[in-house]
Design a protein around this ligand. Structure first.
Ligand SMILES: *Cc1c(COP(=O)(O)O)cnc(C)c1O
Length: 426
């Protein structure tokens, strides 16, 4: 059976298949660059594992208190090497990205301190962590205040506004690399470096934390190499390589990481406890695969951008601009478009392909959200997934794909669904 016939088995018409093939042919040089970044990062990860002396014994786990857990402690050394930081906290007890970020913030801020976001509104779930939306246990309840400086309309930093917002109380500056559920541009590592340097030139003792979710291994450097004191992310996104079933990381200055460890476990216990149970092989192997998995996801995002831009939809990033995370936003302008796209992604999944995604009130989000995710790890968004809040401008956020062929299938299925429903024409 020919390849085109295989796609036909999935309900993809000749017209949709050929439309995709034409776009892919033009993208080959770009994909070669992505492979080169993956190659660089693969070597970086292997080198880190060798330098930290990863051994077969590291793949075993501990139970109970987890004192002297060789695999856990070595994995944290590996992360510190990869991100070039003094220390790292990489734990299954960190339940998700929001938890990792909340942990980093709550452990490094004290009552009376002020938190500043110089890049606009942070990710939805952080609104409750900070207390922008009043919430039990928020930073606001503990007397930590918050300020925000929005990006300028053209996406540049508002340097004057930032200068004015930094005051005596400013203790920590949070910079979100990825756009999240917004259509602003994602920040490159270089731009994060510029902003970090600017903030530190005004107030040298301020801590800079980067929300690195979806950004890991997209470039050859990470924000920790550009002066950030803490870099934080989720293991069910890029650095878990699709294999980590849970977890988060905080890498950075020794004192920042120590503060986080004291909050995660307990003052006095810090990094000394926290059994790894049987999870370490997935963490090590996931990190090992992360550079090429991230490359696959990136190719999927670029393929989708090129398809939907050609069909006249607004896409962020656009078809040709450089990439700093794996997220692709496509604005459909109608709830039907968002829903049809998500149905197509779901129909291409290896797991739960037969279910129909529907908008629902997700915890932590203030609008109804539709999510398509037929994933091996529940909710994992390094696996092929799409989600969109059902609010204007009706944009869908698409990400992941452990392999490019799967991302390609999902994108073609979504396109077929939109065509079948008359929402777009080739
Ligand atoms: C996903 C994400 C988070 C939150 O991570 P969860 O694992 O979903 O809790 C925070 N910030 C950004 C930019 C994200 O993409």
């Amino acid at each position: 059976m020919e390849l085109g016939e295989q796609y036909k088995e999935f309900g993809i018409s000749k017209a949709v298949y050929h439309f995709g093939e034409e776009i892919l042919t033009a993208l080959r040089p770009r994909f070669a660059q992505i492979d080169e970044t993956a190659e660089y990062n693969q070597l970086k990860v292997i080198r880190a594992m060798q330098t930290a002396n990863v051994s077969e014994a590291c793949l075993l786990g501990t139970t109970g208190y987890g004192y002297n857990d060789l695999g856990r402690d070595t994995l944290e050394k590996v992360y510190a090497h990869v991100f070039q930081t003094e220390d790292a906290l990489v734990r299954p007890q960190i339940t998700c990205g929001t938890h990792a970020l909340a942990l980093a913030l709550m452990s490094n801020l004290r009552p009376g301190d002020e938190l500043l976001s110089p890049v606009g509104k942070p990710y939805d779930t952080l609104e409750e962590v900070i207390g922008i939306r009043p919430s039990r246990g928020s930073l606001a309840e503990y007397g930590v205040t918050y300020r925000q400086v929005d990006l300028l309309p053209d996406g540049r930093f508002d340097y004057e506004g930032i200068r004015a917002a930094i005051g005596e109380k400013t203790r920590l500056v949070t910079i979100q690399r990825s756009k999240g559920y917004q259509t602003r541009p994602t920040l490159s590592v270089a731009r994060i470096g510029e902003l970090t340097a600017f903030v530190k030139s005004i107030k040298p003792d301020v801590l800079v934390m980067v929300d690195n979710c979806y950004g890991e291994f997209v470039e050859t450097t990470e924000p920790s190499q550009m002066g950030a004191d803490m870099v934080v992310g989720s293991l069910i996104k890029n650095p878990g390589g699709g294999l980590a079933p849970i977890g988060g990381y905080i890498v950075g200055e020794k004192e920042c990481v120590e503060n986080a460890a004291c909050r995660l476990t307990s003052p006095g216990l810090a990094k000394e406890v926290g059994a790894s149970l049987g999870i370490l092989p997935a963490f090590y192997q996931g990190l090992f695969l992360a550079p090429t998995v991230t490359a696959s996801a990136l190719k999927g995002a670029i393929f989708a951008a090129n398809i939907y831009e050609k069909l006249g939809f607004a896409v962020v990033p656009d078809s040709s601009e450089s990439r700093h995370d794996i997220i692709q936003a496509v604005t459909f302008g109608s709830p039907e478009g968002v829903i049809a796209f998500c149905e197509g992604i779901q129909a291409a999944a290896p797991v739960d392909s037969f279910v129909t995604p529907e908008p629902w009130d997700m915890p932590g989000y203030d609008a109804k959200v539709i999510m398509a995710a037929g994933t091996f790890v529940s909710g994992s968004s390094i696996e092929l997934s799409a989600d969109g809040p059902i609010v204007p401008p009706y944009a869908v956020y698409f990400q992941g794909g452990l392999t490019f062929p799967h991302a390609k299938l999902g994108i073609l299925k979504s396109l077929q669904n939109l065509v079948d429903k008359g929402i777009c024409r080739l």
